[in-house]
Ligand binder design. Sequence first.
Ligand code: UDX
Length: 446
Amino acid sequence: MSPKITVIGLGYLGATHAAAMAELGFEVLGLDIVPEKIELLTRGETPIYEPGLEDMLRRHVAGLPGSTGRLSFTTSYAAVAEFGDIHFICVNTPQKPGEYACDMSYVDSAVDSLAPHLTRPSLVVGKSTVPVGSAARLARRVAELAPAGDAAELAWNPEFLREGFAVDDTLHPDRIVAGVTGERAEVLLREVYAGPLGDGTPFIVTDLPTAELVKTAANAFLSTKISFINAMAEICETAGGDVVKLAEALGHDDRIGKKFLRAGIGFGGGCLPKDIRAFMARAGELGAPEAVAFLREIDSINMRRRVYMVDLTRETLGGSLLGKRVAVLGAAFKPDSDDVRDSPALNIAGQLHLQGAEVTVHDPKAMENARRVFPTLRYADSPTEAAQGAHAVLHLTEWREFRELDPAALGEVVGERHILDGRNTLDPALWRKAGWTYRALGRPTA
Ligand code: UDX
């Protein structure tokens, strides 16, 4: 008989994982401690915008018309322990306020709440991104608290999903990493992932610390690639080169690869920024800070690009932002997402506002979240409305609809035709032809 699965923490990662497990044919019970979230999910809805997720939920949430009924939700740890053989921990590990380290309290409390109910053989599987060493500590905690003792085991199975592609990344991962301490955990995880494994997905079995590190190292490497190309953009700005062409030429070398070499205002979101900081903090605790000292520079380059964008706007507007109208296109940290956590776009909008500009923001999906974080900014329902009378238009999140804007039509409503492309994805020739000054990061001005 197939193992029954539970998913603890129904945020981004957990909601997607729970629905994907049901899609793969398992009976799934999802737990969250927030009752409103459970109510929403029970209706087949999510609090986040993620293409394809609500459809996948509706195919499986029990009680919805035409669903398989394989997916249900609860707020009770006792119910979860009673139901499941495998318990995935998917709670978040945010950056601690005012510190670099990550906050492990949600993971700790999930394990402490679940383990005392584990009376029969079960496998607890961590998926959250955690500082190396956490899994071994949590494994001891499970063994100590679970009435089943050693029969309750812990494994680590990091998740690499990207927002905007969460459903596809979960159902068709590049690789599956299983950090285990024994054969039983490996066998169970192979059974859970039999679907993707059948499609030839590599399955890499490691010890617990290596599994935790794969995730941390992967995100640190991605951040490094982005900050590297952004450092090259800085060089291009002084040497007169074009970073877009540079990245294209670099990417043809298979050893380097084309991906994650898009220069611009840098990386944001709920993962990359906090994960490199948490990695630095953990390396410091372990007495190995030199090993990842360069990550501090990766973070600084990233934050510098936001300041540079503000400086470039001020310079374009003649040296002062006071009273200048600026239209900001984009608030989400990347397109196809409504997530504004550590969003470079919103951060830049905020800096401009604090320096006296009248900022109006438009984003196709992230308006509600942006309003909550930055209620003092103005918000408009369309790019055209945001651009009314603007002295400069800033393109800060590369939504497709922004690439498809008609520069001539937008030129009719602005006060001055200055477009600053923070994502290097607009067509400079098109904008210049329509009478705009086009400026971008790491690209020649004319
Ligand atoms: C990231 C990792 O990709 C994923 O594997 C991990 O599980 C979670 O963190 P995500 O945060 O969804 O995923 O976003 P991603 O697509 O990686 O983009 C992160 C940020 O980097 C965005 O702000 C994006 O705009 C920026 N970025 C990405 C660049 O500035 N340049 C690039 O070339 C690529």
